[in-house]
Design a protein around this ligand. Structure first.
Ligand SMILES: Nc1nc2c(ncn2[C@@H]2O[C@H](COP(=O)(O)OP(=O)(O)OP(=O)(O)O)[C@@H](O)[C@H]2O)c(=O)[nH]1
Ligand SMILES: [Mg+2]
Length: 440
């Protein structure tokens, strides 16, 4: 593999900038550039030097060295810390390229780490999550994935499935070996267990989406129920115009907001009512579009009277709806099944934040919550695995020949493999030989 080089700190000016060189030639390349290279240097340590071009100083730098496989990429790696001037960084990269390196593609260092078995795919993805996490909760989940917890779980699933396949395929391929196939009830229940475990992981997908992308939270209701007041209360600023005139808000108003470490995007909307005003109508239409696309809908009603709208009949699958009876300070209509609340009561913001946090947590699978938060790609692969486990199971239940069940289970195995990005066929063979000593 070619030796690659790139800047690994952001562009622009800064106190220090780092460039990374990875590949077999990396130490040799740096040796050519520095004014002095220590005779004995242990991997993982660093030294101070000048970088020279035709005898002239380009910059004074700190050089850190690692020997593969004990490095980020698994290859020999050098990092050069220079002053954070784009001209210097550009020059250093040019010198490295002139000495035999090539400019790295986006993500290529992590790709090499994956190729060299330093990380599985879930860990590669977690690197991106760690960099982009905007809340502590998201960061914690990303670190859990970086530690390989999801990867380990998938390996565990694969191990179980390989074991099942080994039984099944030994039975198919070597009937004369007199192997009793474990394809009866016990076999089926093991497939069912595995599918259930997979489905449990799949349930963490909404949580994963929430912490990565934020929960799209749309505030809807009649005019004048206090939607904009509610938005301002949570944001702790007078973001939207509030007035006692119904129909104040027209445009949707979006604002990022954090709730107990979970990122939300709050959207205030125009109140829903019949109107002749075409501009207000446009606002109402936008509100309805927003409502359809929401993950969480905060449905505000007037606590003092019955709800004339019944918007909650429009709840979509996968959406969480929270019904809040605002203005409870003015009275309470006990027939409405809504959380009594007043934007004007003391401690209002703490009270509503506690309530919303609880609602959101309740809507998510708490058992796996802190450990796993799968992303969309992982969700797709796990869904495929789950479907194929079901196919295999159906085939067994219908008493079809074991070849058919094997097709489903193999497809599931491949899908599990694609979560972590590893090939599987060798694994099956290994396990098969170990357990049955075929070819003795
Ligand atoms: N008493 C009382 N008044 C409130 C409460 N919340 C909001 N209000 C008042 O209700 C009126 C309407 O508030 P807004 O926040 O503008 O209502 P809205 O739902 O955004 O109205 P539109 O934008 O017209 O749809 C304002 O006069 C607020 O001060 C509350 O909890 N109690
Ligand atoms: Mg408003």
């Amino acid at each position: 593999m070619e030796t690659i080089v790139a800047r690994i700190t952001p562009g622009g000016r800064s106190a220090v900038a780092l460039i990374r060189i990875s590949g077999r030639e990396s130490w040799k390349i740096v040796r050519q550039l520095v004014s002095r290279f220590p005779e004995s240097i242990t991997p993982g340590s660093f030294f101070y030097s000048k970088i020279l071009e035709e005898g002239k100083v380009v910059d004074d730098v700190v050089v850190s060295l690692w020997k593969g496989p004990a490095s980020y990429t698994g290859e020999d790696v050098v990092e050069i810390g220079s002053h954070g001037n784009p001209l210097i960084v550009q020059k250093l990269i040019e010198l490295c390229i002139a000495a035999g390196a090539r400019f790295a593609q986006p993500g290529e260092f992590s790709q090499r780490a994956f190729t060299h078995g330093k990380m599985d795919l879930t860990q590669v993805e977690s690197v991106i999550d760690i960099i982009s996490a905007s809340t502590e909760v998201a960061l914690r989940a990303a670190h859990a994935m970086r530690e390989g917890r999801l990867g380990l779980k998938i390996q565990e699933f694969k191990g179980k499935l390989i074991d099942l396949l080994a039984h099944l395929e030994a039975y198919i391929d070597f009937p004369e070996e007199d192997i009793t196939p474990e394809t009866g009830e016990q076999f089926q229940s093991r497939v069912i267990d595995l599918k259930e475990e997979t489905d449990l992981l799949l349930k963490t997908a909404p949580y994963g989406k929430a912490i990565r992308e934020g929960i799209r939270t749309v505030i809807v209701g009649e005019p004048n129920v206090g939607k904009s007041t509610f938005l301002n209360l949570l944001l702790r600023e007078k973001r939207a115009i509030v007035s006692d005139r119904p129909g104040t808000t027209r445009d949707t108003i979006e604002a990022p907001y954090q709730l107990g470490g979970i990122p939300l995007v709050l959207v205030d909307t125009a109140g829903q009512r019949e109107t002749e005003d075409s501009i207000e109508q446009e606002g109402i239409d936008r509100a309805r579009q927003g409502m359809a696309q929401a993950d969480l809908v905060i449905y505000l009603i007037d606590a003092t009277k019955p709800d004339p709208l019944r918007l909650d009949r429009e709840q979509k699958a996968g959406q969480l709806w929270v019904k809040i009876g605002n203005k409870a300070d003015l009275g309470l209509n006990l027939h409405e099944n809504a959380f009594p609340f007043s934007c004007h009561e003391s401690g209002a913001v703490e009270k509503i934040e506690r309530f919303l946090t609880q609602k959101i947590l309740d809507s998510m699978p708490t058992t796996t919550l802190s450990d796993f938060a799968i992303n969309a790609r992982q969700e797709g692969a796990l869904r495929l695995a789950s479907e194929n486990l079901q196919r295999g199971l159906d085939s067994l239940l219908q008493g079809e020949s074991p070849e058919y069940a094997s097709i489903g289970l193999r497809a599931a195995l491949e899908a599990f493999g694609s979560v972590v990005g590893l090939a599987t066929n060798e694994d099956i063979l290994d396990s098969l030989f170990k357990q049955f000593c075929i070819g003795k």
